[in-house]
Write a protein that binds this ligand. Structure first.
Ligand SMILES: Nc1nc2c(ncn2[C@@H]2O[C@H](COP(=O)(O)OP(=O)(O)O[C@H]3O[C@H](CO)[C@@H](O)[C@H](O)[C@@H]3O)[C@@H](O)[C@H]2O)c(=O)[nH]1
Length: 425
């Protein structure tokens, strides 16, 4: 019997996702037409023997989360429960705090998945590797180029045995081009080292807390465990941690720009996994270029031209002659006739007036470097907004015949003219 835990974090972690995270928790943001973590749940549900999926985070269990859990349980015929941490406990603290729930029923092993990654989740292959040689910790690893590897957990392996010999979280100089994907398979013994860290933290807290600064913004001593530093770095080279390498699709989803890129990866994967989710060109329907998802309730005019990499949400209206490329349109938005929207995200219930052009600048990984990933973008450089995708927050109104370029428009704004390279507050 197997279980899976998805680490969904909490509200203050989604800052690079603003203004989109104002409306729904980041893990529920639609990527390729379905909530980000539905991709994780689908992958887990396909593993035979999967008994339960636990979401661990520090979000208040609000209505969208509850509704998502109910519909996912029905769809996947699996118990899917949300366990709320009393405070941010780090990537390992929640696993230890909820250990009884995770181990209830005696699972042979459990997957642990970061919510903010996009992947083809090779869980079956990881399980096969685990069954060949059970170990407490199996990490999924992929390659990155030297510069970008510094943004991730870096793994030095023994190439014959795949034992992790050395692990450094986000090093300041090059350590290895194998990076941690944030996708793990743990055996029940993995909780023992977590208990050791917990106990050590408690002792240290009693001794040193009055002297120590909390540098992480986490509540110190309250069971905070950083899986990466406290466990992987500490246990590397002791025969407990192994890496399973993949060359399948993988990307982090930290910002709106990376959600658009992840959407492209998942849409291309749908060719194999969910062909029914891709819109096929049909006579009398809109012109479709490449991979496009259209929610069944959306109304799309037959003269619209969509794709590649377009996802259209529930109840969206797309008028005559609209052109959409590399864009996510969220539910209830209206794109009036002849609008052109490229490299953008159009927020819930927004309206783009006739002949308006909404355009962003993509920040995709270097296509000539097979090991390149999305750069972890910062919005500003030298006090200036960097060109990036355009994001319209929810219920924004763009008038007819204007240009909105490389801009972020906060929710409920009613614009009256064109804007370029601006955050419109
Ligand atoms: N439940 C819970 N989840 C958390 C907490 N803190 C973070 N998470 C979740 O844990 C995941 C990792 O979060 P970060 O702390 O933001 O780490 P990171 O910068 O994404 O780096 C991690 O992932 C990389 C791969 O994407 C790894 O390369 C890296 O080593 C590390 O594991 C995210 O899904 C986040 O929601 C917490 O206190 N509680």
């Amino acid at each position: 019997m197997l279980k899976a835990v998805i680490l969904i974090g909490g509200p203050q972690k989604g800052t690079r996702f603003r203004p989109l995270s104002f409306e729904v928790p980041k893990p529920l943001f639609p990527v390729a037409g379905v909530p980000m973590i539905q991709h994780h749940i689908e992958a887990c549900a396909q593993v035979s023997g999967m008994q339960e999926i636990l979401l661990i985070g520090f979000y208040q269990p609000d209505e969208p989360l509850i509704r998502f859990l109910e519909s996912a349980q029905q769809e996947f015929h699996l118990p899917i429960r949300y366990l709320q941490e009393f405070a941010p406990l780090g990537t390992g603290g929640g696993l230890y705090h909820f250990r009884d729930q995770i181990l209830a029923g005696g699972p042979e092993a459990f997957f642990v998945l970061n919510a903010d990654v996009c992947s083809d989740f090779p869980l079956g292959a990881m399980l096969a590797a685990h069954r060949r040689q059970p170990r407490p910790f199996l990490l999924l690893g992929t390659t990155a180029n030297r510069t970008q590897s510094l943004n991730y957990g870096c793994i030095v392996e023994n190439p014959q045995t795949h034992e992790v010999l050395h692990y450094v979280e986000k090093p300041s100089t090059f350590v290895s081009d194998i990076i941690n994907c944030g996708i793990y398979l743990f055996s029940p013994e993995a909780l023992k080292p977590l208990r050791d860290v917990f106990q050590r933290n408690q002792q240290e807290r009693q001794l040193y807390l009055p002297l120590r600064e909390d540098t992480n913004g986490l509540w110190p001593g309250a069971g905070t465990i950083r899986l990466e530093q406290d466990v992987f770095s500490a246990l590397a080279g002791q025969g407990q941690i192994y890496v399973h390498l993949t060359d399948g699709i993988w990307s982090q989803i930290k910002s709106a720009g990376s959600a658009l890129y992840a959407s492209r990866l998942y849409l291309s994967q749908y060719q194999v996994t969910h062909p029914e989710r891709l819109t096929r060109p049909a006579s009398g329907g809109p012109r479709i270029r490449g991979n496009v998802y259209i929610h069944p309730t959306a109304k799309v005019a037959p003269t619209a031209v969509l794709g590649p990499n377009v996802s259209i949400g529930e109840g969206v209206t797309v008028g005559e002659g609209v052109r959409l490329r590399e864009t996510i349109v969220l539910h209830g938005a209206t794109l009036q006739e002849h609008t052109c929207v490229l490299h953008s995200i159009v927020g819930w219930g927004s309206t783009v007036g006739r002949w308006a052009r909404v355009e962003g600048t993509p920040n995709d990984p270097n296509p000539n470097d097979p090991r390149a990933h999305m750069d972890s973008e910062s919005l500003f450089k030298d006090g200036k907004l960097l060109p990036a995708i355009t994001i319209l927050g929810c219920r924004v109104r763009i008038p007819a015949e204007v240009l909105i370029l490389n801009s972020i428009v906060l929710p409920h704004k009613e614009l009256s003219r064109s804007f370029t390279n601006q955050i419109i507050l």
